[in-house]
Design a protein around this ligand. Structure first.
Ligand code: SAM
Length: 344
């Protein structure tokens, strides 16, 4: 191999420093440093510290760390946003990851602080973070108050906008006129679908708490008439009629029994020839790649990530055939399958 023994050791030390890297991203996002520097010329660390009401000593170290990671640029005049920061870290830019980063810091990171115990005992880490069993991660945890719900929705919106175009265009969906996005949250994917398919009507189906707060997430140029919102619980309530159902980042959250309930119900309402589109990160057959999905599994929620073969077998078990999988190269891959025409 091309790597010397020291270089391999160096790689491990980089892994150890991964924590430091996270913290720099979290803290600089929380302090809104990239908003402060947006559209400005360079600012000195003293100016930034004054604006943040923070110490000069600490601010300077944080700004240098941001520069080391390529989040800021440093010249003799001071610090300014890098292109990366302007594209993704400013809180109100189109593809902002700001809210997603804060979500990971506030909600996901605590799940990892009990990893050792979770590995020993096999318990879900939600248990520690939520302080109770956390039967339903959404209704018992993320949506326990309005502020937490808003944060969660902002985080989903921010990450969904990154993936929506690739999910919507992975397959030719022009044959479907009536589409229902189950757990579609703020409608980010629905919006992208209607941009690509002008004849498509999409119903975004999600919990009542979510649907009551979707308005602030709608783009100013609405595709009026093409998108509608419908509230309900996909385990308990009737699903809107549709030619294509979508489950984007839904299946990996749930235990086998819940998946069984949801897919049985979907299979029953799907008319022959209608379809199901699943968007998830698909694992390789060894189950060790992509690393981000494998690491996410360490939160040990009730659900799990699956490989191409596992998704195919799961969907076929519920009467869906012609399973096609598209690895997009983006954060989400896409699976399309069709409800089997039952033999006469
Ligand atoms: N589909 C969106 C995406 O890909 O960004 C959101 C994914 S988010 C991980 C899961 C979504 O499922 C949330 O919007 C949540 O409110 C919704 N959800 C959870 N339980 C639900 C239920 N019982 N009925 C309907 N929607 C539910």
């Amino acid at each position: 191999g091309g790597y010397g023994i020291q270089a391999l050791g160096g790689m491990l030390v980089e892994y150890v420093h991964g924590d430091f890297l996270n913290v720099v991203l979290f803290v600089s996002s929380k302090l809104k440093i990239f908003d402060l520097l947006k559209g400005k010329g360079a600012m000195t660390s003293v100016d930034v510290a004054n604006c943040l009401k923070a110490s000069v000593r600490g601010t300077e170290r944080l700004l240098d760390a941001c520069a080391a990671l390529g989040l800021l640029e440093k010249t003799h005049q001071g610090y300014s946003n890098s292109d990366l920061a302007n594209l993704y870290l400013v809180s109100d830019c189109e593809f902002s990851l700001h809210d997603f980063i804060l979500h990971c810091d506030d909600r996901i990171w605590p799940l990892f602080t009990h990893l050792e115990l979770a590995v020993k005992e096999g318990t879900s880490q939600n248990h520690f973070a939520i302080g109770k069993k956390g039967e339903d991660l959404f209704q018992d945890f993320y949506y326990q108050n309005t502020e937490m719900k808003q944060h969660f929705m902002s985080a989903m919106h921010s990450i969904a906008k990154m993936t929506a175009r690739d999910v919507a265009s992975a397959f030719d969906l022009s044959q479907f006129r009536v589409v229902c996005d189950l757990g579609g949250c703020t409608g980010a994917l629905a919006h992208e679908l209607t941009q690509i398919y002008p004849a498509m009507k999409v119903t975004v189906f999600d919990l009542p708490d979510v649907i009551s707060s979707v308005s602030s997430f709608q783009p100013s140029r609405q595709n009026t008439g093409q998108i509608s919102f419908s509230s309900g619980d996909f385990f308990k309530d009737n699903l809107p009629e549709s030619e294509l159902y979508i489950l984007s980042r839904v299946l990996h959250d749930w235990c086998e029994e819940k998946i069984h309930a949801l897919l049985s119900k979907l299979s029953a309402v799907c008319k022959p020839g209608s379809a199901l589109l699943v968007a998830e990160t698909v694992l390789d057959e060894k189950g060790t790649s992509p690393a981000r999905a494998v690491l996410q599994s360490l939160t040990m929620t009730e659900g799990k990530q699956r490989s191409v073969l596992e998704y195919k077998q799961l969907l076929e078990k519920y009467g869906f055939t012609s399973v096609q999988i598209k690895i997009t190269g983006n954060l989400l891959d896409v699976i399309l399958c069709f409800k089997k025409v039952s033999p006469r």
